[in-house]
Design a protein around this ligand. Sequence first.
Ligand SMILES: *Cc1c(COP(=O)(O)O)cnc(C)c1O
Length: 414
Amino acid sequence: MLLERLSSELGHRANDGLERCRRIAESPCAAHQSFAFDAQHMSEGDLSSRKPTLGFGSNDYLGLANHPEVVAAYADGAKRYGGGGGSSHLVGGHSRAHEELETRLAGLLTKQIPDVNALFFSSGYMANVSVLTALGDRSSAIFADKLNHASLIDGALLARAKSHRYPHGQLHVLRNQLSESDSQVKLIVTDAVFSMDGDVADIPSLLKLAKEFDAWLVVDDAHGFGVLGENGKGSLSHFGLYSERFIYIGTLGKAAGVAGAFVAAHRIVIDWLMQTARGYIYTTATPPAVPHALCVSLDVLAGDEGEKRRCHLKDIIHATREGIEGIVRAHPHLHWSLGDSLTAIQPLLIGDNRETLAVASRMQNRGIWTPAIRPPTVPAGTARLRISLSAAHSMSDVEELISGLSKVAREHVQ
Ligand SMILES: *Cc1c(COP(=O)(O)O)cnc(C)c1O
């Protein structure tokens, strides 16, 4: 009975075009990458095609995931520290490499947060859940943008705080919610760059509200760290803001190309997290080779090479937008639209789940991977291709994307 229930539920999902399947990467993360489909879901694609695909699905915005210096540092870190850390941070797993990484990360945020320290977590998901549960409790209130990342939503639930969600970007609603709240501890929580739309939160206005209502401002910069701001220092630097109210979360598996995440905040907040954050305390430290590789990836990211890569990424973003806008204009009856994003995340909104899957699969047949994102990751009726750009893409990769998409749009008409 239990199995039948799950199986029937899975059937419903498949009927609604909501089934998800994995592709098996056979080569490093790169613009051109070889994939196979997992055998259970052969219908989703051609199992025999293991030719490199031109991919627009990674969050490796600077192309550092397979950077030779980062890869070499990984190997060096493993030689120096071994394969695993062995225990949690507070019990002995905190290596010299972890310590060094935290010092460097704090160094990147000194112009944004007074007396800043940083704490390294195994993943962004864990950092977000940990921050909200460590700073919030039953008597606090959390104010969150409705399009925030799932990990922030889960953190609010787990904190058992009073949860208020405001419609995406509607700060007048947030203001009302704040003014009606009598909670002692208030946390305003936002993605800096929204992960499925690519638009940037109005952090300056959010900070004003945080000051007015004496709230923390938790900023999840998973898609801004490494990409936006001076030397890629992220969204707070992008807006030139400075405040002790910031609780800044950067993830290190996206633009930084490796894995993990960090929280940067006033040293008293970091001390509190180290003492109380359950996702920090009750888990084995990441293998030290990870922070060791991250120190090298941060050198590249914040240096001249990082700057060149950010410049190239901007050109690619511009060309992609121009190309897709042309396609959208040429086929008004398809009702496709390009989201209003100036970042590496470019969403082509199609709407219907099955139609979006069909477009993604036709792109796949042309050797181009543009992932179809469907509910519950995005609101119902807003299924989309999430086209994610990287400095690893060349201009001719973008031309191939545009020409493929243009052909698929034309086929769609017939
Ligand atoms: C990817 C992502 C996370 C989770 O980070 P991981 O390190 O992948 O666990 C958190 N927030 C946002 C907005 C993200 O896009």
